[in-house]
Design a protein around this ligand. Structure first.
Ligand SMILES: O=P(O)(O)O[C@H]1[C@H](O)[C@@H](O)[C@H](O)[C@H](O)[C@@H]1OP(=O)(O)O
Length: 924
């Protein structure tokens, strides 16, 4: 018989195809009645009176669950229980659950095989696809005791949905005990006390696993279809643990991929292509330049065109990955997948504990955003960008130095111009429409819109940077006509002292031409304002002469040029259009003139940015784009999940639009060797997320995928909600207010590499990241306290000692203790209390991340849900051995082993070590 391992094949990842009719066409399968989006079948297992093959030997048993699909001959290994030690009557802690997508039918057969584990360190978890067991040939470390099988339909139709089956040897002869299979159903919660469980501290035996219902208020069932559109391939596990007062708590662990892993990078790359194509076009339209600048431009254009082609190729490759929702750790160095986050998952714990409200705890797990294909030989972004900028500032010829802030400003003004010019033109045309309809009200409204946009437009050019760029471009032309004395100040002269490093004041390279006519720009620019004033005055007069007495309500008071108003002569009512038309033309012309000049001069600033060390500059942009894309995919995923789970919480919604959300990243990278570079990439990628704002819009179709707009300096992610949910949002959010995020990163290296860094290397990178991010977290806390309403804050204070936690975190960061994992626990607790989005990352989000999230889950159970203290380690081991995270390892490397060796584990903080038998040499 052929055996497949669930999750090791493509079918395993996406579940098996729906069975089809056999050749004769009479194949009929009976579906299990199910609640949408809930698991179809869940059961628990216990054995009784097991017979040991060797007399007086204490049994350590586990049950392996396999599925025989009716349409297939083969057996698929599905899951396992944990090992229960030293008893002939084991009650297993880990249950069996078949998620809603799983192709299970009444005709599906389940096989239960019981093993006696002799050597836990040897293959207590399946490490690969093994041959079908024969009881005469025991697998290494464990021996076969007996098996039983049943059809799902038989279980469902049985009395009380409980089967007691005889366990037999493989020849079907001898009975070696009984196995009980008991269905557990959503919403039915088992009563009774848990005081009969033995709590032998060494073995920490615990009993039973049971169902866990997802009550309305926690799961937000009505949001599920939307959430399921972005979450894929869920893996579910169930447990039951005793509380300190000997009652039961139930835990459902769920891990899902997200199609955003691929969707966001594709959206982002398309935007980069658009932005770069537009910039390249603007460079081409810069006009005539003197030979030095012209050569430079040609060179820049050649490289930039190549870059766009490369982005296009990557996009084409990514678009081939249709339907993909997961990039495995082993693909992290693949060039075409570089923009895709590594091993991105939602890790969710749903807790149902006595006396307390149900609670959900979400962590997004993802590989640290880093440019693996480019490598880390020269470090990561934090170092590379700093070095590049310092060198650029100190190189004194060939190009003009603008600080990164000024370059960013130039891009911002350019983007504003590109948006505002067509908007103003549209509003101007609408004004003319209103004029031709001779409607006073509509005229007033159109004028209001036109005035607002034109004022924004004029304001956009107030910056000194535009003036200095105009002068710079002027002198780069093949021969300008020189008229007036120089401008008093250039933008960079106003910039901060760090822009002016010794020995050379770099802004000296900005031309100061003695004959440049600076006032010409002022005149051109002022003409836009004047044209608008003429239009306002004309509209007023037209309305007045038409018998309307009210003021048009615009902002011209005190500013209006009275001579212009007086000179306007109005004509009979039919002439409204004719009288406004020439004024609109003048506005458009003067605006065109301003746009033309400003665009060229600011594009010249961008040319300077690209001109220095061209290939290196573009490689850095690429690296930053890659890292940002990975970080953004995770963030959008986290934001959407947070939004959906908190939609019914008014406090959260208020926080969302008044303060924004804290997004806390826990990093487990070491500050040694390549991981230094990864951490340097990650720190920049996360900090760059400050450039992202969210906007919630109403979904108009079934396409619920988020849409990104903007450019490298500022992105808006539009998240869609169905009308029903959108309607219930606060007005500010519905009106499209931008919602901010506040990312913070705390890193604590925990492995043997970190030991080396602490003994022989340098941990300053980690220290400065933690210190800097602590300041950011404190700032967020201050805004939170200031902006949230007083009654919310007083209630919040009663429940949380945020101040104390922050102080504690600060002290721990200052203490500079080795592998101080307290920092991570405190930062995560603060984030949870502030309603934030939690992330945990290591290189691959596979091994160290799994240790950390399971520890976090059990610590929450202990601190918030009264997990019995004697069961803390047992719960931890259970989650690590048979929980979602070992499935994560399997789906990444097709092997159920955390990639740690003994030496590595000895270096780990105590609670980060997985149980015996779950780790070892693995081919990562
Ligand atoms: O998920 P990670 O912890 O980044 O996986 C590491 C693991 O910690 C380490 O022990 C092992 O030697 C490998 O380097 C793992 O990284 P891979 O990226 O190779 O999975």
């Amino acid at each position: 018989m052929e055996i497949k391992e669930e999750g090791t094949s493509e079918e395993g990842q996406h579940f098996l195809p729906t069975p089809q009719a056999n050749e004769s066409g009479d194949f009929h399968l009976t579906s299990i009645q199910k609640t949408p989006n809930e698991p179809q079948l869940e059961f628990i297992l216990a054995c009784k009176d097991l017979v040991s093959p060797v007399r007086d030997r204490k049994l350590n048993t586990l049950v392996q669950i396999s599925v025989i699909h009716p349409s297939e001959q083969g057996l698929t290994r599905y899951s396992s229980t944990e090992i229960v030690e030293g008893t002939r009557d084991p009650l297993f802690l880990t249950g069996v659950t078949f998620p809603s997508e799983y192709p299970i039918y009444e005709e599906t057969k389940i096989k239960l095989t019981v093993y006696d584990v002799k050597d836990k360190s040897h293959d207590t978890v399946r490490t690969s696809v093994l041959p079908e067991h024969k009881d005469t040939l025991p697998e290494t470390g464990r021996s076969f005791l007996g098996y039983a099988s049943f059809k799902v339909g038989e279980l469902l139709r049985s009395k009380e949905q409980l089967l007691a089956l005889s366990l037999r040897t493989s020849d079907g002869g001898k009975v070696v005990g009984t196995i009980e299979v008991s269905v557990v159903k959503m919403g039915e919660i088992e009563d009774g006390e848990a005081d009969h469980i033995t709590a032998d501290v060494q073995g920490q035996k615990c009993a039973l696993v049971c169902e866990c219902s997802a009550p309305e208020n926690v799961s937000g069932k009505d949001n599920l279809p939307f959430l399921n559109a972005v979450l894929k391939n869920p893996v579910c596990k169930l447990y039951r643990f005793p509380t300190s007062d000997n009652q039961w708590m139930r835990i459902r662990e769920q891990m899902s991929e997200s199609i955003l892993s691929f969707h966001i990078p594709k959206e982002l790359i398309s935007l980069h292509i658009k932005e770069d194509l537009c910039r390249n076009q603007e460079l081409k339209e810069l006009g005539e330049l003197s030979p030095h600048w012209d050569n430079l431009r040609k060179n820049v254009l050649t490289h930039c065109d190549q870059m766009v082609n490369m982005y296009q190729d990557i996009l084409t490759e990514l678009s081939k990955e249709t339907g993909s929702s997961f990039k495995s750790s082993s693909s992290k160095g693949e060039k075409t997948l570089e923009f895709v986050p590594i091993n991105l998952h939602l890790q969710r714990m749903h807790v149902h504990s006595p006396h307390l409200k149900d609670a959900l705890y979400d962590v997004i797990t993802v590989g640290a955003p880093a440019a693996h294909f480019q490598g880390f030989k020269n470090g990561g972004l934090r170092k590379l960008l700093h070095r590049f900028e310092t060198e650029r500032r100190n190189t004194g010829y060939q190009y003009i130095y603008y600080s990164p802030e000024n370059t960013a400003k130039a891009k911002e003004v350019l983007s504003n111009i590109n948006q505002l010019q067509p908007l103003i033109a549209t509003h101007a045309d609408l004004l003319l429409d209103s004029a031709s309809q001779h409607s006073s009200d509509s005229l007033k409204n159109s004028l209001k819109m036109l005035s607002e946009k034109t004022e924004l437009f004029v304001h956009a050019f107030k910056d000194q940077l535009v003036r200095s760029a105009l002068l710079a471009l002027y002198t780069a032309r093949p021969g300008g006509i020189l008229k007036k004395p120089p401008s008093p100040k250039s933008s960079t002269e106003e910039s901060s002292p760090q822009d002016l490093p010794p020995p050379m004041r770099r802004q000296d390279s900005i031309p100061h031409h003695s004959d440049y006519d600076e006032e010409e720009w002022d005149r051109v620019w002022a003409n836009v304002g004047k044209s608008l004033n003429c239009i306002i005055a004309m509209v007023d007069k037209l309305i007045e002469s038409d018998g309307g007495s009210e003021d048009s309500g615009d902002s011209r008071d005190g500013e209006q040029d009275l001579s212009v108003v007086d000179s306007i002569k109005t004509h009979p009512r039919e002439d409204w259009y004719e009288q406004l038309y020439p004024l609109i033309l003048t506005l458009k012309d003067s605006m065109g003139e301003v746009v033309n000049r400003a665009k060229q001069s600011l594009t010249f600033v961008l040319l300077q940015e690209l001109a220095y060390s061209l290939p290196q500059c573009l490689m850095l942009t690429l690296r930053r784009d890659i890292v940002f894309s990975q970080a953004l995919a995770g963030l959008v995923c986290g934001f959407i999940i947070k939004l959906h789970t908190s939609l019914h919480d008014p406090g959260f919604l208020q926080q969302l639009h008044t303060v924004g959300l804290i997004v806390q990243y826990e990093g487990l990278l070491s500050t040694y060797s390549d991981e230094i570079g990864m951490l340097e990439d990650m720190a920049v990628g996360i900090s760059d997320l400050k450039k992202v704002a969210f906007k919630i819009i109403e979904a108009k179709s079934n396409d619920v995928l988020p849409v990104i707009t903007g450019r490298r300096e500022h992105y808006v992610v539009e998240v869609k909600l169905p009308a029903r949910l959108f309607e219930a949002l606060p007005l500010q959010i519905k009106e499209g207010q931008l919602l901010q995020v506040h990312p913070v990163l705390f890193n604590v290296g925990i492995n043997e590499q970190q030991t080396l860094a602490e003994r022989f290397g340098d941990v300053s990178l980690q220290e400065s990241i933690n210190q800097e991010n602590f300041e950011l977290l404190k700032e967020y806390y201050t805004i939170f306290m200031e902006k949230m309403p007083p009654d919310y804050i007083s209630h919040f204070h009663e429940q949380n000692d945020l101040k104390g936690l922050l102080e504690n975190l600060h002290q721990n960061i200052q203490a500079k203790k080795r592998k101080n994992v307290e920092i991570m626990w405190l930062a995560a607790t603060i984030c949870r209390k502030l309603n934030g989005i939690r992330f945990t990352c290591c290189k691959s989000a596979k091994d160290r991340t799994s240790m950390s999230v399971t520890l976090e889950q059990c610590s929450i159970l202990r601190d918030e849900h009264q997990l019995h203290k004697d069961f803390f380690i047992r719960a931890l081991d259970c989650m690590r051995r048979e929980g979602c995270r070992i499935e994560n390892v399997l789906k990444n490397i097709k092997c159920r082993k955390y990639a740690f060796n003994m030496l590595q584990l000895m270096a780990f903080p105590k609670y980060y070590r997985p149980p015996e038998g779950t780790y070892g040499k693995a081919d990562t």
